[in-house]
Design a protein around this ligand. Structure first.
Ligand code: BGC
Ligand code: NOJ
Length: 849
């Protein structure tokens, strides 16, 4: 395929620079950090919301529209009859220059036409519930320019789902207020809503519009609003129908003159008693304050610098210097950035997720936080508590919850039997990063029911017990609705196209459907749990000894490696008993996998409802699956018997292709009612033998554990965005700076085509893979474990790693070796084994393989 390029990386500014607005798919960015969020495409399309893309949508968006990416924050410029937009869309007037720079939490779009430059900086300032749009107009011509400027936002009537369907009501509820240069959107504020939004500009205006039909014209599109084409606002006041916000400004610019305009899209909540200042008049006090805090170029520039410094800080926690720019930029910039975004949104809002379908996933969020915990541990801590609060007393879990209410989502319910294990996965990552064991003492309810609180540690215990209590005929874990692969629906038997494979009746009663993926996941996470119990026991013993010796703090510190102590309400011996109870369950699981989960050259994937093998050489299609190869090799099940090496070789032989590792092979060519959604997809797409980037890292980590650095690296580079960017922007289609969930596999009509970008567990897994397993710097309770696994060609590299109250500058000398640490020298003194013991302060570390 022809090699066309649409942009390039600018590492010095941590930006991706798009130079052609007609990208093969909208290439988007995310603005916002905690509460107020926006999605923005390279042509300024997208929308904003507060916390929850479904329940608190601020601006409207039309998904999958014609043309694609319709609706956004648009600026229309009228220059002597020529109408254009800085981001090219929606008018699509050819520009003399176009550039979109997506950076860390901001996007800058610049367009030039007839010597007028319009540059818009979009960002959400830290701690603010607002999107700033700083528009800079510059006259590069020799003459005075008289321009007309129209801004445009379309309000969503808050609930993004009903906004798209309940028109008999919606067309009568819309309400606005106009005050000076601020347009307020207050639909439903008169009744049960205590929030409103506003759109403001920091200078007097020459007109406005708030009614869409009046501004655009009933038979026109965003590319030809009547008011703009005529160069005349209507000063319309919306009553029902579709309220919008558009400012009109007349701007004269001298030759060489430049002017800033600060537009602000804000969101406000008021207390019930303070909603109104007069009948029907909303209380604007908080809006005035917010506007006041961002109403000059200086204030906005300061807020922007603060945002940049915030990212400087976040990205300095783990920083690598290798001779490979493509690796450096993914590790130091984009992979970490994507981890923050997936942590914030789970799978809820992207250009592939409408924001109305899904809340936060239980398993998804636990994985996401692992890629994020080193950045802002306190937010990961809160997330763990929120997630655990949606667990059921028997260890099962709500599969999703809504971020606004933090309640489990009843529409989807529970029954996904891998879910509980992920709570261990997430919590252990938090403990190792922070050394904060107090989290284990937190009292956390079940299903958010008051009075049901138990410690978080107890939640971990019931999580694993849920697996142990739900074993099938081969003593392997019963799959329930599905495991990680939401589309392997072994208990569903659906013939009704109107039911969702995930939520339809779960016929697991009497089912023999077992999962080898959960078996591997259980072994990995239960081993972590055993290690945690033993660690806590050791720590407790040390604390007791320390207290007896009157040296409590010193010994506790050296054991815990952190400053936080949990007042753990469990005894030393019961912790050891718990460890050995779980070790027994692990041993049993390993035996079961070796006995009934090994197919000769790879691990089986599952047993179906009837007890028939899935993912076996005996099958015609779906003979080998990636998930069980990944998890069972990570768990090192049968490593001594050669199983892991054989499994990894089989992955290379049957699943690997040019663009990555496919999910299974051969793809299903017909619908199998006993397997469900997986066989509903055409060959090579999604769960039917697509390259699910999310699970490629499982194999890569398996390769690293097995010490096969060349293989690990070649799998990794195939799905590393910076490598794909160089190879095929056009074929790949989606954003070249982040991973996407799925790349079409070898059986697809167009192998290599990417879909479902941004919100994917791939981000966290790529991070774990490269930071802990390839570059080999792994947080542990007592310090950092150093155990890289590299391609034989790797040169020396240095990682600066901030860890709790310490900073380590770690230089690794691979000397052509793929794995095996020979020597570690910390501040001039040899360390024993592969652990750098934790000690506050800055340390120089030399590692030789
Ligand atoms: C998709 C899965 C997804 C599931 C639940 C399916 O249609 O293929 O990737 O996990 O829906 O949303
Ligand atoms: C996407 C879902 O969000 C995730 O939970 C699931 O594990 C994968 N798809 C695989 O089906």
């Amino acid at each position: 395929m022809e090699q066309k390029r649409y942009g390039h990386f600018d590492d010095a500014h941590r930006e991706y620079v798009i130079t052609d607005p007609q990208t093969p798919w909208p290439w988007i960015n995310y603005l916002g950090n905690e509460d107020f969020f926006s999605l923005i495409s390279n042509t300024a399309g997208g929308y904003s919301f507060y916390k929850d893309a479904k329940f608190r949508r601020i601006t409207r968006y039309r998904y999958n529209n014609v043309p694609m990416d319709n609706g956004g924050r648009y600026f229309y410029l009228v220059d002597n009859g020529c109408v254009w937009n800085p981001g090219w869309k929606p008018c699509k007037t050819p520009l003399d220059f176009y550039e979109c720079r997506h950076g860390m939490g901001y996007t800058r779009i610049t367009g030039c036409k007839n010597q007028i430059e319009a540059s818009v900086l979009f960002f959400v300032p830290l701690r603010k519930w607002a999107e700033v749009q700083k528009l800079t107009l510059t006259n590069h011509s020799q003459e005075v320019k008289h321009l007309k400027l129209f801004s445009f936002e379309e309000w969503c009537l808050w609930n993004a789902a009903t906004d798209m369907e309940n028109f008999q009501r919606n067309f009568s509820t819309g309400e606005v207020e106009i005050e000076g240069s601020t347009i307020y959107h207050k639909t439903e504020y008169r009744e049960r809503r205590n929030h409103y939004a506003f759109y403001h500009v920091n200078c007097p205006i020459d007109g406005f519009d708030t009614d869409r039909e009046t501004f655009v014209g009933l038979y026109n599109g965003f590319d030809e609003p009547e008011a703009v084409l005529e160069g005349r606002p209507r000063n319309s006041h919306a009553h029902g129908w579709s309220p919008i916000a558009s400012h009109y400004l007349e701007v004269s610019l001298q030759p060489g003159e430049s002017r800033d305009f600060v537009f602000l899209l804000g969101y406000i909540e008021n207390e019930q008693e303070k909603k109104f200042t007069a009948p029907q008049v909303i209380n604007k006090e908080k809006a005035h304050q917010l506007i006041n805090s961002l109403d000059t170029t200086e204030k906005v520039d300061r807020a922007f610098r603060e945002l940049q410094e915030y990212w400087d800080g976040l990205l300095s926690i783990y920083h690598v210097r290798t001779g490979n720019d493509k690796l450096n930029r993914m590790v130091n910039i984009w992979n970490q950035y994507q981890c923050m975004v997936t942590f914030n949104f789970s799978r809820s809002a992207s250009f592939f997720e409408s924001g109305i379908g899904r809340g936060m996933g239980f398993r998804d969020s636990n994985q996401d936080l692992v890629g994020f915990v080193h950045q802002i541990p306190s937010r990961a801590r809160q997330r763990i508590i929120d997630i655990a609060s949606t667990q059921f007393p028997d260890g099962g879990c709500y599969h999703q919850y809504q971020p606004l209410t933090k309640r489990g989502n009843n529409d989807i319910g529970g029954g996904f039997n891998d879910d509980p294990c992920w709570l261990i996965f997430g919590t252990v990552a938090y403990l190792k990063e922070t050394g904060d064991f107090t989290i284990l003492d937190e009292m956390v309810p079940f299903d958010n029911q008051e009075g049901t609180e138990v410690t978080l540690f107890e939640h971990l215990k019931v999580s694993l017990d849920h697996v142990i209590r739900n074993l099938g005929p081969h003593r392997l874990p019963l799959i329930g609705r599905a495991d990680w692969n939401d589309c392997l629906n072994l208990n569903c038997f659906s013939w009704d196209p109107n039911e969702s494979f995930q939520t339809t009746e779960n016929k697991s009663e009497g089912s023999k459907a077992e999962s080898l993926m959960i078996a591997g996941l259980f072994v990995v996470t239960a081993k972590e749990y055993v290690a945690l119990c033993k660690f806590l026991a050791k720590r407790m013993r040390n604390e007791e000894l320390g207290m007896r010796n009157g040296d409590y703090l010193a010994s506790a510190e050296s054991a815990g490696g952190g400053n936080h102590h949990s007042s753990f309400l469990i005894s030393h011996s019961s912790l050891l008993e718990e460890a050995s109870r779980m070790q027994q369950a692990i041993d049993d699981m390993i035996d079961a996998v070796k006995r009934d989960g090994w197919d000769g050259e790879w691990y089986l994937r599952a047993y179906d409802y009837f007890g028939q093998k899935i993912g076996s050489h005996e099958n015609d299609e779906g003979r080998i699956f990636i998930e069980s190869q990944g998890w069972c090799t990570m768990a090192e099940i049968g490593a001594d018997e050669g199983m892991t090496a054989k499994s990894l070789d089989s992955v290379k032989k049957y699943l690997e292709c040019e663009h990555g590792i496919v999910l299974q092979n051969p793809a299903f060519t017909t619908y199998h009612v006993e397997m469900g959604e997986i066989s509903s997809y055409p060959e090579g797409y999604k769960e039917n033998a697509g390259i699910f980037c999310h699970n490629n890292p499982w194999v890569i980590i398996g390769e690293c554990i097995a010490g096969r650095g060349n293989d690990a690296w070649s799998h990794y580079a195939k799905i590393l965005p910076s490598y794909v960017e160089e190879k095929c922007q056009m074929l790949h289609k989606v954003e070249p700076y982040v991973n996407c969930q799925m790349v079409a596999g070898k059986d697809a009509a167009r192998p290599g085509e990417g879909k479902n970008s941004w919100l994917t567990g791939t981000a966290a897994w790529m991070w774990l893979t490269v930071s802990e397993y390839i570059l080999g710097i792994k947080p542990d309770y007592d310090g950092l474990l150093i155990d890289p696994c590299l391609p034989a060609t790797a040169g020396d590299y240095t990682v600066t790693r901030r860890f709790r109250d310490a900073v380590y500058d770690i230089t690794i000398h691979p000397n052509g070796s793929q794995k095996g640490v020979r020597q570690i020298i910390v501040d001039g003194t040899p360390a024993s084994g592969t652990l750098i013991p934790y000690a506050p302060g800055r340390h120089q570390v030399e590692v030789r393989l």
